[in-house]
Design a binder for this molecule. Structure first.
Ligand code: GMT
Length: 380
């Protein structure tokens, strides 16, 4: 099949899923075009068989900012005219689903071959951003006009129905996120001292300062038992400064390592004892899955779709997001008992293999594309 994929070129999960999907589909022999306004981080090391189209548009004095989404739409339309696409897959409702629908409409009016639009919702696109009154009507349109809508968890499907009038009349396809089990795999050697790791874009929803506070509490408990631990923070974003401030205030700078943006995530995740996720909402938690695949146990908050990924008590521990004392207590317990953390990590790897293997999940997208292209698609 000839498939176009549009995504944000960010370190956030939607760009990662779109890039990994594109790489897998290309590897399986499909013709894949990925459109974005910059090179997505997961394609920086090579784009395999994926044809990458970076469209940034041109600045013009009338524009407040350069409308790269218009440039992307023009590029997709141009490619559809010259080579033809069967499916256009938008990751994140805004603006990509709207862009894809406009391209479908433009193709119709130019009497080009029809192309089907698949929209994958990732979370904040229907909760924080898409649900904002300034965008909600257009998000509603993106959801109802797409030929198919997929979401990354059952929880997100339910939220989509609640926030957007029951969701698309033709239903929502739940296709979970996936992981490359070869790339993210366990290693024999753990880090020298007990180690917790967190990876994110340091947006407010991730609560990294809260996590550092919990770690400081946990470290005090561990030190009282003559033990030691470190917290490794990977990524960058709006709350990095605030996170550093909390580390200074709590006097744990010598035990919190800030690594910034990194591409060697697999190498960082596998030696850690614990992956920590302190989010206030999370539709799935892709980084937690990558940790699980690496054989690292997860300590997370019980929000959104996280419980569909992490099995509480078996592959990690989930606590109430308002209970920092419980989070710190579990952190101290698991970093203090590395054997227990390793057992949870082994079960986590088993779950990643059984439920979230890249090859199996990518096949679910391929089946959906085939249904739509074959005319048996449910929408609209
Ligand atoms: O929260 C992020 O890191 C970014 C955001 C995105 O859309 O790029 O992530 C969302 O999509 C990921 C991939 O499907 C999910 O794993 C994340 O749980 C989800 N984030 C939230 O719901 C807050």
């Amino acid at each position: 099949m000839r498939i176009g994929i549009i995504c944000h070129p960010t370190y956030g999960g939607s760009g990662v899923v779109a890039s990994e999907l594109a790489l897998s589909l290309a590897e399986n022999g499909h013709s894949i075009h990925l459109f974005s306004h910059d090179v997505p981080p997961r394609l920086l090391r090579g784009s395999g068989g994926v044809e990458l189209h970076v469209a940034q548009g041109s600045p013009y004095p009338l524009f407040h900012s350069t409308p790269h989404d218009l440039a992307i739409m023009s590029r997709v339309l141009d490619l559809h005219r010259s080579e033809g696409l069967d499916v256009l897959h938008a990751h994140y409702a805004l603006p990509h689903a709207i862009s894809a629908l406009l391209v479908r409409e433009a193709a119709r009016s130019a009497k080009l071959d029809p192309l089907k639009v698949v929209t994958t919702l990732h979370g904040t696109d229907i909760t924080l951003v898409g649900n904002d009154p300034s965008y909600a009507p257009l998000t509603q349109y993106a959801i109802t006009a797409s030929d198919a809508v997929t979401v990354v968890s059952e929880d997100l499907a339910a939220r989509t129905r609640v926030n957007f009038d029951g969701g698309p009349s033709c239903g929502i396809h739940v296709i979970p996120n996936f992981v490359d089990l070869e790339e993210f795999r366990p290693v024999e050697e753990r880090s020298e001292i007990a180690s917790a790791i967190h990876i994110s874009n340091f947006r407010r929803v991730k609560r990294v300062p809260w996590l550092v506070n919990a770690f400081a509490d946990a470290l005090a408990m561990l030190r009282a038992q003559g033990k030691d631990a470190e917290l490794v923070l990977v990524g960058d974003g709006p709350q990095l400064g605030e996170t550093r401030r909390v580390a200074r205030e709590r006097d744990v700078c010598d035990r919190v390592r800030f690594l910034g943006l990194r591409s060697d995530l697999a190498e960082l995740l596998a030696p850690a004892d614990l992956f920590c996720l302190a989010s206030t909402e999370e539709s799935f938690g892709l980084s937690a899955l990558e940790a699980m695949s690496s054989g690292t146990a997860v300590l997370g908050t019980r929000v959104g779709g996280v419980a569909e990924v992490v099995v509480d008590g078996t592959t990690g521990v989930l606590v109430d997001p308002t209970d920092r004392a419980a989070f710190a207590g579990e952190m101290a317990r698991l970093l203090g008992d590395r054997q227990e953390a390793a057992q949870l990590g082994a079960a986590a790897r088993e779950r990643a293999v059984a439920r979230f293997d890249r090859r199996t999940v990518v096949e679910q997208y391929v089946s959906l594309y085939r249904e739509l292209v074959g005319g048996a698609g449910p929408c609209p």
